[in-house]
Design a protein around this ligand. Structure first.
Ligand SMILES: [Cu+2]
Length: 711
């Protein structure tokens, strides 16, 4: 009886254990299924980094894209543990993709629901002056207020929008998104891959509890380093996702459309194990594709875009970034003051941006990208083209470690943005061509961006006491943001990047004066370093645009001619005389313009007192202002290379002409199976070294590097 009882009891326990295991199994299965369905975006445990959302078009007109963007605080799960408090548009990080076709009108209803003023700027797009969103083009949109942006999209390409007030913080916290303007005819004409991924790269600096911490250190030397090197976040993101994955198809040519939305971080992009073909950049397609070998990588500075084609050859393809800008150090001098060291250190460390997972495979496809792409109209410049000088440099750290920057010089001294008056800022004439000369006096790289217009890179000059080394840009491209290399080693050396630009408005209103916008009128157009820490600390300037070419006798405006004569590549008196003879100037326009400038003149102290919300006393401001006229600052002393007697830059030598889009000739296609295709590589630029600028002659070779098709 007892044995029978024990046996029954044992069976009973076995049934309970089996039932319990079944229940636990069912529960686990349900949890697994729930997880799968609640997160369609998981790729085998790797979070999807596909672009998160698209703006809803409210217009029924096929040629109008009408969307709303609402800025707000939002919790976003970036890492495990605490969610990160960010600023977002439409609660999407990054903000929703605005997709349109070339020629469309874009209408954006912006409502500001964060607790500080904001605006939206349209990086690379071409709005009217008072729709540009910069601090001098429109009044701030206050919390709880709205503003309607409205303009036409005249260029196909990848662009982006972002906040332009307190942008170092607001952009870092997520107030940015992508605009994709398509040209379907162009895509078809050049047989561009239909498989396409948008990659908006950025970084976040997260501190305690996963919250954004971009405050400056109390240690003066560390603070100075933070301002020189900008924010280098500790969490890298692609489309707002850290260490995420994007699905691609193996062997299928894939178009990667990249933008660097970081606040300050420059990136050298490498697709591990793969070469890539750069077919476009800031303002659409190139005139010719450029092959980028996997070991050289692609530098993408903040705000810059790249349009790449590559063919995934592995199941898992990682995209990494290196820091191509390096890190400049600050040390204490004998008196205990923080001093910038004229030396930059580099690291070989690569950081993962995103993994492309090839879950499916297609038959081996070859690329059919033409060797000749888009016909780009060249901006004509010559030795008589007026020059707009832009000077990048910074002052020594003050006693707190704060570093002020400048993008503009007056009387050989750097002037931070706050102190530039509308009398000093360059005035340019609508529809005329200019050369912008961006000079870098710093041992560390920078970048240059101009709002509302595009330019063409002409050449880069490395100037030392030994002479001038010139690198000519060989592939014609319209850009709005460009890498500015560091100055070469040596006392009083500098790097000069020359850009051709034409301030053309076509159907939009680009005329813009002064520094203070009103409800209906804009101040000038900003140019700047797009390292937002630098631009916030003064590294920007502005241009003012007046009338059409033949109405302004700008040769009489001494402030203007002074500003470029020392930098010019030619004798300006000759050019201006020539201009005067060939144009019928109207003095009325000139006097009206000068009247306007006089009336809108803003002194430095009045500008600071009206816009600076800090508690600086008037005497502190005066001290700060007087610093800029002193000669005792770093990279800002007398610059003997700017003396007109000492240097004449080499004359601009335009690249050879190019042909229009044509697919008729099979041999003109880039195919991945070709073994000997003629192609530009990243090292294709030719160099010529000058020992004596007056003896300059073009010795540069225009040979293209041969490359084998290895995509
Ligand atoms: Cu921008």
């Amino acid at each position: 009886m007892s044995e029978e009882f024990d046996s029954n009891n044992q069976n009973y326990w076995w049934i309970i254990i089996i039932a319990a295991l079944v229940i636990i199994g069912l529960v686990l299965l349900i949890i697994l299924l729930c997880n799968r369905s609640s997160s369609e975006s998981q790729l085998d445990g790797c979070k999807s980094a596909d672009y998160p959302s698209k703006a809803e078009n409210m217009s029924s007109d096929p040629n109008v894209i009408e969307v709303s963007l609402i800025s707000s605080d939002n919790d976003v799960q970036i890492l495990g543990g605490n969610a990160t408090r960010l600023y977002n548009y439409n609660e999407s990080f990054p903000g929703p993709l605005i997709e349109a076709k070339v020629g469309d009108e874009l209408i954006v209803h912006f409502f500001n629901d964060i607790s500080e003023p904001s605006t939206i700027t349209w990086h690379g797009l071409k709005p009217d002056a008072n729709m540009d969103g910069s601090v001098i083009s429109q009044l701030p949109v206050m919390p709880g207020e709205s503003f309607d942006y409205r303009f036409y999209l005249d260029t196909a390409g990848l662009f982006w929008y972002h906040s332009d007030i307190n942008s170092r913080e607001q952009v870092h916290k997520g107030l940015y998104g992508v605009v994709l303007v398509r040209d379907y005819d162009e895509d078809e004409c050049y047989s561009l891959p239909t498989s396409e991924k948008i990659l908006a790269f950025s970084d976040l600096k997260l501190g305690k509890n996963n919250q954004v911490d971009i405050s400056y250190s109390d240690d003066a030397c560390v603070r100075a380093e933070q301002q020189i090197n900008g924010i280098l976040g500790n969490v890298l993101l692609t489309n707002g996702v850290h260490n995420g994955c994007i699905s691609v198809t193996k062997n299928e040519p894939t178009r990667l459309r990249m933008v660097n939305c970081s606040t300050d971080r420059f990136m050298k992009i490498v697709i591990e194990g793969h070469d890539m073909l750069r077919i476009g950049g800031d303002q659409g397609l190139l005139e010719r594709p450029i092959l980028i070998k996997q070991d050289s990588g692609l530098i993408l500075t903040t705000g810059e875009r790249a349009d790449l084609v590559f063919v995934p050859r592995q199941d898992s393809v990682r995209i990494y970034t290196y820091n191509p800008r390096g890190f400049q150090h600050v040390e204490k001098d004998c008196d205990g003051n923080c001093e910038l060291i004229d030396k930059v250190s580099f690291s070989d460390e690569k950081e993962l941006l995103v993994t492309l997972e090839a879950r499916e495979s297609s038959d081996l496809e070859s690329l059919n990208i033409p060797l000749e792409l888009k016909h780009i109209k060249k901006i004509k410049v010559d030795q008589c083209t007026p020059v707009i000088p832009v000077s990048f440099g910074n002052f020594e750290p003050d006693e707190n470690g704060d570093v002020d920057f400048f993008a503009f010089k007056q009387d050989k001294h750097g002037v931070p943005f706050d102190c530039i008056t509308s009398e000093e800022a360059p005035i340019v004439v609508e529809d005329c061509a200019y050369i912008i000369e961006v000079t870098n006096y710093s041992p560390i790289a920078n970048n240059f961006f101009i709002h509302g217009f595009s330019f063409q890179h002409l050449d880069t000059l490395k100037v030392t006491s030994e002479g001038v080394e010139r690198e000519i840009n060989k592939v014609l491209e319209n850009k709005d943001t460009i890498y500015i290399p560091p100055k070469p080693e040596g006392y009083k050396s500098k790097t000069v990047v020359r850009l051709a630009i034409k301030f053309t408005g076509k159907s939009r209103n680009i005329n813009a004066f002064g520094k203070e916008p009103t409800e209906y009128t804009s101040g000038g157009w900003i140019f700047q370093s797009h390292m937002l820490t630098h631009s916030e600390r003064g590294q920007k300037g502005f241009i003012q645009i007046v009338g059409e070419c033949d109405r302004i006798k700008y040769s009489k405006y001494s402030g203007y001619s002074n500003s470029y004569s020392n930098y010019s590549s030619a004798d300006h008196s000759v050019c201006l005389t020539k201009s005067s003879e060939s144009r019928n100037y109207g003095s009325k326009s000139l006097s009206e313009t000068l009247d306007y400038i006089t009336k809108s003149l803003i002194t430095c102290s009045s500008y600071i007192s009206s816009s600076d919300s800090s508690s600086d006393s008037e005497s502190t401001r005066e001290t700060r202002r007087s610093r800029y006229s002193s000669k005792s600052y770093y990279t800002n002393s007398d610059d003997h290379y700017s003396d007109s007697k000492s240097l004449t830059y080499p004359k601009y030598d335009p690249p050879s002409s190019h042909t229009n889009c044509s697919l008729s000739d099979e041999s003109s296609l880039y195919k991945s199976t070709l073994s000997n295709s003629s192609m530009y590589t990243t090292n294709s630029s030719s160099k010529s070294t000058l020992t004596d600028s007056s003896m300059y002659s073009t010795k540069s070779s225009s040979k293209y590097s041969k490359s084998t098709g290895s995509l």
